[in-house]
Structure formats: structure tokens, C-alpha cells
Design a protein around this ligand. Structure first.
Ligand code: ZN
Length: 53
């Protein structure tokens, strides 16, 4: 799974549909039908949605 933001190919797999890029601290979440959701993980552990494209 390649990070759509920074292109890092070494994203960590959290679960079947969730990946984490340790380069830009973004969680990549695939919902059904290839819908992509991105969440930026802040220092306090909270996740904030990111709009792509
Ligand atoms: Zn990234």
C-alpha cells in the first residue's frame, strides 16, 4: 500500500482496510468500493480527516 500523500511504499498495515504512513503520520482507510479516507494523526492521538484531490 503506497501512501497517496507522500508516496511512501512502506506503510504499516493496521488491519484489513487500514494502513498507516509513519512518514507523514496519516492513517489510510479503505471503505467499501475503493473509497479512500485519510486521517492525520496528531500528537495527542486524535485523528483529523483530510480531503484528498
Ligand atoms: Zn505518507
Amino acid at each position: 500500500m503506497k501512501c497517496p500523500i507522500c508516496g511512501n511504499e512502506n506503510t504499516g498495515k493496521l488491519s484489513k482496510s487500514r494502513y498507516f504512513c509513519s512518514n507523514c503520520f496519516v492513517e489510510i482507510f479503505y471503505s467499501r468500493k475503493d473509497q479512500l479516507q485519510l486521517f492525520r494523526i496528531l500528537e495527542d492521538g486524535s485523528a483529523h480527516p483530510i480531503c484528498v484531490s
